[in-house]
Design a protein around this ligand. Structure first.
Ligand code: GTQ
Length: 370
């Protein structure tokens, strides 16, 4: 006897498919063909939205947070920058976390360690320090500081610092570790870890295009330098602005490196500092890594396009904004500006999935974003 094979929907009873789905659901079975197009999209189709946090709007809430909870009680007094499309998930893109942390004069944020990697980008104020495995580093506006995976870290602020304290951007790979279910954390026995090395030791050892003759990498796959001072990055960008050709997409843009490898400072996150000279009008590009920006100096415009939607972000110093994956971006600045940014690019590169597309004229955007 021959079994009838359904050739198409017309030959199948109206409810046969839905009955199959219902009958097999209790066994943890689900039909791929109902979801395949969403699982394997022709191009990235992120749920994330572009978003902008003007500092003038955020700062009053940070100061109010300072009035309702101490750094010690909060452990970390942070306002999380949540992507408007991912509310409740504590992330700014699907893979990245961002938050603004406030520490007030005389406060400490107690010592702990976790396998999540963190970056600090100093936004406002002076007088705070962060300590990493026994070495402290003073925080100055524009400094980029690393907390390598599984290193003890605490933050503190001098009693005579400005009353409004110090604010920095925390960038962590929290969503990535959550995705892998691979996170560990511990509190230190002491609130403030003992200091065992003089300030500046790591920078002297690794920050002058030289490295110790013996000994390996103190923080494994993370950079041995944990503070990259702004005065050095700033000087490099300004010199290049004067003396070298501009990049038509990025102006002058440098990536921070692990001096032992030439790769990214952390295995999961890349960091960048760029200068757009006065009058710069950048060409559009898009990348598979969604990117978080912190405005260091100056003003400008970020013009985003994705799937027929345009977003115009007019940014000022200390503002933050996020450019989701595969959103076309171009950057303009009438007055000139400096931007810090970070993304999950090294993780994508390690997996062989990172892509970038650069457009050679403004009109190309329309062709690629129908
Ligand atoms: O400073 O250790 O914004 O553990 C989130 C989690 C900061 C930190 C955050 C953290 C920290």
């Amino acid at each position: 006897m021959q079994v009838a094979r359904p050739a198409n929907a017309a030959t199948v009873p109206a409810n046969a498919r839905s009955q199959l789905y219902a009958d097999m659901r209790p066994l943890g079975l689900t039909p791929l063909w109902e979801v395949l197009h969403a699982l394997v999209p022709p191009q990235p189709n992120t749920p994330c939205l572009p978003a902008h946090w003007p500092y003038a709007q955020v700062r009053p809430f940070l100061q109010r947070a300072g009035q309702v909870i101490s750094a010690e009680e909060a452990v970390r007094r942070v306002l999380v920058l949540e992507n408007p499309a991912l509310r409740g998930q504590s992330c700014i893109t699907q893979s990245l976390y961002a938050g603004l942390q406030l520490i007030l004069p005389g406060e400490i944020a107690p010592s702990h360690r976790h396998t999540q990697s963190a970056l600090r980008f100093v936004v406002e104020g002076t007088g705070a320090y962060t300590a990493v495995d026994g070495e402290r580093t003073a925080m100055h506006e524009g400094d980029f500081i690393i907390t390598p995976s599984w290193t003890w870290h605490d933050h503190g602020c001098a009693a005579d610092a400005h009353a409004d304290g110090v604010v920095w951007l925390d960038g962590l790979d929290i969503p990535m570790l959550r995705f892998f279910d691979a996170g560990f954390a511990q509190n230190h026995a002491q609130q403030v870890q003992p200091v065992s090395r003089a300030e500046g030791t790591s920078l002297a050892r690794y920050g002058h295009n030289m490295a110790p003759v013996r000994g390996g990498s103190p923080f494994a796959v993370t950079s041995p330098i944990f503070s990259y001072p702004y005065e050095r990055s700033r000087e490099a960008l300004h010199q290049l602005e004067r003396s070298a050709p501009l990049d038509a997409w990025d102006g002058v843009k440098l990536r921070y490196i692990n001096p032992l490898t030439g790769g990214s400072p952390m295995p999961t996150m890349a960091t960048f500092m760029q200068r757009l000279p006065a009058g710069f009008a950048g060409l559009p590009y898009r990348q598979t890594d969604g990117c978080v920006f912190s405005v260091v100096e100056g003003t400008g415009e970020a013009l985003l396009d994705h799937a027929g939607h345009s977003t115009h972000i007019s940014f000022a110093p200390r503002d933050h904004f996020v450019v989701p994956a595969w959103h076309t971006l171009r950057l303009d600045s009438v007055s000139g500006c400096v931007l810090f940014s970070y993304s999950d690019r090294p993780a994508q590169q390690a997996l062989g999935i990172h892509r970038e597309e650069q457009f050679s004229s403004l009109s190309h955007i329309q062709e690629h974003n129908p």
